[in-house]
Design a protein around this ligand. Sequence first.
Ligand SMILES: [Zn+2]
Length: 469
Amino acid sequence: MNKFYVTTAIDYVNDTIHIGHAFQKIIADVLARYYRIKIGKENVFFLTGTDEYGKKSEKAAKDKGVSPAEFVKEISDTDQKEQDSLNISYDRFIRTTDPDHEKVVSEIWNRVNNNDDIYLGEYTGIYCEGCEAYYFEDDLKNGKCPLHLNLEVKKITEKNYFFKWSKYSNFLIDHIKKNQDSIFPKARRNEMLEFAKNIKDVPVSRTNFTWGIKVPNDPGQVIYVWFDALINYLTGVGFLEDETLFEKFWPADVHVLGKDNLRWHSLLWPAMLKSAGIELPKTILVNGFLKLNGEKISKSLGNIIRPSEWVKKYGTDGVRYYLLRYCTVTEDSDVSEEKLKQAYNSDLANGLGNLVARVAKLCEKNGVEGENFEVKFDENVEKAIREYRLNDGLKEIWRKITDVDKKINEEKPWELNRDEAKNKLKNYVIEIQNIAFNLKPFLPETAEKIEKQFSENQIKSQPPLFPRI
Ligand SMILES: [Zn+2]
């Protein structure tokens, strides 16, 4: 691999992101950081951002008595700060209201239209305002949206532009079958293969609101939010604006996204690209959802936690560690603050923090000088990252931490004479530097602190990495 382009879902701005969204950003961040080390910073591009048009944000702005533009900017800014609190190393934070995006959306619309894949028709469908999406009868649960069980779905009739999605059914099936990695994990891939058989044409414009990108040559219609939002992955790497950047990074290597967005990403997006004559992304990585104390995280349940709330108490790397180590990337996971605190104290304060403090103190006492020893990724850690088993990657690193701790207890360097002790300590320092190096994609701040501490002229004790809570 000589370049790596990773994206997250862009979050809808009717509300600020919560820890569930944050987990997805952290997953993408680990991948981006890992590949920056492997293939060079300049060869990795990491895109995230906010999805801002549509009826839902128009309505939310109206309820608040502000203009949609003001409203979405405030949420987008807050989302960005939330991501920053977790040290998410995006190369661009895109907003679908960015001027370059509008140009790209119009261009894609025109290409798809010129390919004879857009037509004007009349649509009556079941629409969920919460999802800003249409559903088929089969999708509903007890007559309600499967994701918004508390929302009534509506029957809407509109004159809309349609995208000839059904035309791409066979193409999509072939594509997914031929490309084992096109959708990960496999269960999701099978699910989409099944769904691809029954694709129907989909409306891609709306008339019942104005907050959106206008359909070229028909300003009475705005482009449907999904059609507009998916295109951010092209805008983000310079499509139309910066040919060199685009040529270098497209197609996307990994789109990380939640299972609720899967159908659009794995079936609509490739069909749109195919129609527009653009190469398809390589892998769609579907992350599981987080539950909090066994419950779905939602505004109506009043159990929303913003990433920064946990970061304030447990630090950026405390939160990153807990989510990455105790959640699985592709399955649903249950989290709680109690478990976060426990993980923080036992694995970080005691485990890693204690080892680092212990070795630093012995080095200081025996006058051991730091050196930049040769470091490399552990084979199992790398394999885990490449296979999206990030929790296994951390498990592997913690196994090392326990091993070094055990070795120190057995070798008892404090009972040895200074020269012998120094020799032993040097080995521990090499181990710790390797641990720090392997931690870089996961806990970048901590890794950097350890690296610095153990490469200075005279290794010294430092304040604890993770003070007990
Ligand atoms: Zn819904």
